[in-house]
Design a protein around this ligand. Structure first.
Ligand SMILES: [Zn+2]
Length: 345
C-alpha cells in the first residue's frame, strides 16, 4: 500500500455535496490514463477504460464523500451549531478538531469543546452526549463568524493519518478514501488490453443516501457493478468473535448480504475463484446492518450483477477510523484481477 498517496487523499476535506477538492485530485490522476473522463451534474466522476470489444459493461465505484456535520445556526457569540450527516456517534465529537468548508474563505479550523471535568455536575457526568448541544468554536466573534461562515456550510473532521503498529493505520475518512485509493491504483496499473468496458465511478453523496451512485447507475446502465467501500469491523474488546462480521488483517470482505442487498451469486463465486487462484486473502461478510452504493448499483439501471467489496475498518465514522494495509492490498489485487479478466454480466 502506498501510504503517502492514501494520506494525501484522506487529508482532503470532502463533505457530501462538497467533493470538489477531492474531485480535483481524482481528475488530475485519471485523465492521463483513461479513454474518457467526464463529470456529471451531481459531481460524479466517470473514468472509462474501453475493452477490446464484445465484453460486458462493468461499473466499479467508490465514494468521494465522508461523514460530516453541517452548520445550522451561528449564535450571538459566534459559536456554530450543527446537524450530523452520515451516522456519527455524537460521543466521538467531544474535544475534536474540525474544518468548516466555507464558500468564499476556504477551510476554517475550529474545535468542538467539552466543558472541563472540574466543572461538571454529577448529573452532567451521568448524561450522554446530545449532538444538539455541541458547538464549534472557530475563535471568531459573532460579527466575523457571520461574515465568514454561512448556515449550510459543511464541516469535516480534522485528523492527520498515522501509521500504527502491526500493519495498521488510522485516519479520519478511511471510509471511503481507501476505495478511492484502490480505484486510482487499479486505473494506473491495469493492463492496456482487457475484454470488458470498465466504468470507474467516483461517486458523490453516498453518506447522504447513495445519491451519486444511483444517478450514475441510471445513466450508465451497467451489467456488472462492484462497490469498493469501508465497513465496520467489530474485532475490538467487549465483542464476541461470532459478532465481528469482519476482522482486521483477514483480507477483503466479500459482502454476500447486508440490510439492503443480496450479492449476485455468479459474481460472488467468480470473485472467490479469483481470490483462491491468486492467493488473495478474503473473508465472507454477512451483515445484519449497513448499506452502500452496491444497493443502488444493483437496481437503479436495468438490473446489474452487483456486490460490495468491504474493507474492514474499526471505529468507523469517527476521527480515529483504523484499518489494516494488507486488507487494502487485498482489495486492490482483487479489483485489478477482476477488471483485467473477462467476467460476463
Ligand atoms: Zn462508505
Amino acid at each position: 500500500m502506498d501510504f503517502s498517496l492514501f494520506s494525501k487523499l484522506a487529508g482532503i476535506a470532502s463533505a457530501p455535496g462538497r467533493e470538489e477538492l477531492l474531485a480535483k485530485e481524482v481528475l488530475a490522476a485519471v485523465k492521463p490514463c483513461c479513454d474518457e473522463v467526464y463529470t456529471d451534474r451531481l459531481g460524479n466522476i466517470i473514468a472509462v477504460k474501453k475493452g477490446k470489444g464484445g465484453g460486458s459493461k462493468v461499473m466499479v465505484a467508490a465514494h468521494m464523500d465522508e461523514v460530516s456535520l453541517k452548520v445550522r445556526h451561528i449564535d450571538d457569540k459566534g459559536f456554530l451549531y450543527f446537524t450530523l450527516t452520515g451516522g456519527i456517534d455524537p460521543r466521538t465529537l467531544l474535544a475534536q478538531r474540525v474544518l468548516v468548508m466555507t464558500e468564499e474563505h476556504g477551510l476554517i479550523p475550529g474545535v468542538i469543546g467539552a466543558k472541563a471535568a472540574h466543572y461538571l455536575s454529577a448529573a452532567e457526568k451521568a448524561q450522554g452526549v446530545d449532538a444538539a448541544s455541541l458547538c464549534i468554536d472557530t475563535g471568531y466573534g459573532a460579527e466575523e463568524a457571520h461574515k465568514i461562515v454561512s448556515v449550510g456550510d459543511p464541516v469535516v473532521l480534522d485528523r492527520t493519518p498515522r501509521e500504527l503498529g502491526g500493519d495498521l493505520f488510522t485516519s479520519k475518512a478511511i471510509d471511503d478514501r481507501v476505495g478511492v485509493y484502490v480505484l486510482l491504483e487499479v486505473i494506473k496499473n491495469m493492463p492496456k488490453t482487457h475484454r470488458n468496458d470498465i466504468y470507474f465511478v467516483f461517486s458523490v453523496q453516498e453518506e447522504y443516501g447513495l445519491i451519486g451512485a444511483e444517478a450514475a447507475t441510471f445513466n450508465l446502465n451497467p451489467e456488472v457493478a462492484l462497490a469498493i467501500d469501508a465497513t465496520g469491523a467489530l474485532d475490538t474488546p467487549g465483542m464476541r468473535p461470532q459478532d465481528y462480521v469482519v476482522a482486521l488483517g483477514k483480507g477483503i470482505g466479500l459482502t454476500l448480504s447486508d440490510s439492503t442487498t443480496i450479492a449476485d451469486r455468479l459474481l460472488s463465486k467468480h470473485l472467490i475463484k479469483i481470490c483462491k487462484e491468486k492467493n488473495i486473502p478474503y473473508q465472507l461478510r454477512v451483515a445484519a446492518r449497513g448499506s452502500n452504493d452496491a444497493k443502488v448499483m444493483q437496481r437503479a439501471g436495468g438490473a446489474a450483477r452487483a456486490l460490495a467489496l468491504s474493507v474492514p475498518v474499526r471505529y468507523i465514522h469517527s476521527n480515529v477510523e483504523t484499518a489494516c494495509k494488507s486488507d487494502v492490498d487485498a482489495a486492490y489485487n482483487l479489483v485489478l484481477n477482476f477488471v483485467s479478466g473477462d467476467f460476463e454480466g
